[in-house]
Design a protein around this ligand. Structure first.
Ligand SMILES: N[C@@H](CCC(=O)N[C@@H](CS)C(=O)NCC(=O)O)C(=O)O
Length: 206
């Protein structure tokens, strides 16, 4: 299998962190240069029609895009350590927290960076400072909300590390590009990120 990834990009990093946590070493990682626009070339679009990374190419040529769908596939191939739930309730609960981590927390952070970082000009052709500022406010509000949630448990979906932690960390780390990290006013978020840094997923370059 080949994973098409890209430096600094948060969605491929979600899969890279998932793979690191599983201890999987037999997937070839191919870097795509987004700044040069390699993902828009016809050869790559044949694998990923929306011209996005990550893209997983199976040995028989079939492809899977969407980071979460790729993680779901890898969870089935490499079930341990479990990151997406063992029984019906746990799977639903982790899915719930992963969707919240992605839609409510990571997404506003990513949109803030896409529209607010000069380094992203080549990828986000329609950068707009007002859009950046709207998502910044939304992201900071959600960071406070997540900090409150993490006051009650060590990890986002409960007492063990799951894909929801990976999803939230990818969004949060990407915000370094707009120089945002949780400060002392978000102590639970800081403690959670420090704990994640000690894990295999935490060794994946941002
Ligand atoms: N929902 C998709 C989003 C994929 C995505 O937005 N990938 C970005 C990199 S993080 C990309 O390929 N961007 C290229 C572009 O916007 O032109 C997923 O989770 O995989």
């Amino acid at each position: 299998m080949k994973l098409f990834s890209a430096a600094y990009a948060p969605n491929p990093r979600r899969v890279m962190m998932f793979i690191a946590e599983k201890g999987v070493t037999d997937i070839e990682v191919v870097q795509v240069d987004l700044v040069k626009g390699e993902h828009r070339e016809p050869d790559f679009r044949a694998k990923s029609p929306l011209a996005q990374v990550p893209t997983l190419e199976l040995d028989d040529g079939r492809t899977i895009t969407e980071s979460r769908a790729i993680c779901l596939y890898l969870e089935a191939l490499y079930p341990e350590p479990n990151l997406m739930g063992r029984d019906a309730f746990e799977r639903a609960s982790i899915e719930m927290w992963d969707r919240r981590a992605e839609l409510l927390f990571a997404m506003p952070l990513l949109m803030w960076v896409r529209h607010g970082s000069p380094m992203l000009e080549a990828v986000e052709k329609n950068q707009n400072a007002e859009v950046a500022s709207w998502y910044q406010a939304q992201a900071l509000r959600m960071a406070k909300w997540l900090d409150g949630e993490l006051a009650h448990r060590p990890w986002i979906a409960g007492d063990r590390f799951t894909i929801a932690d990976i999803t939230a960390a990818c969004g949060m780390d990407f915000a370094k590009m707009v120089r945002w990290r949780p400060g002392d006013d978000l102590p639970n978020l800081k403690r959670w990120r420090a704990a994640l840094a000690e894990r295999p997923a935490g060794q994946t370059p941002a």
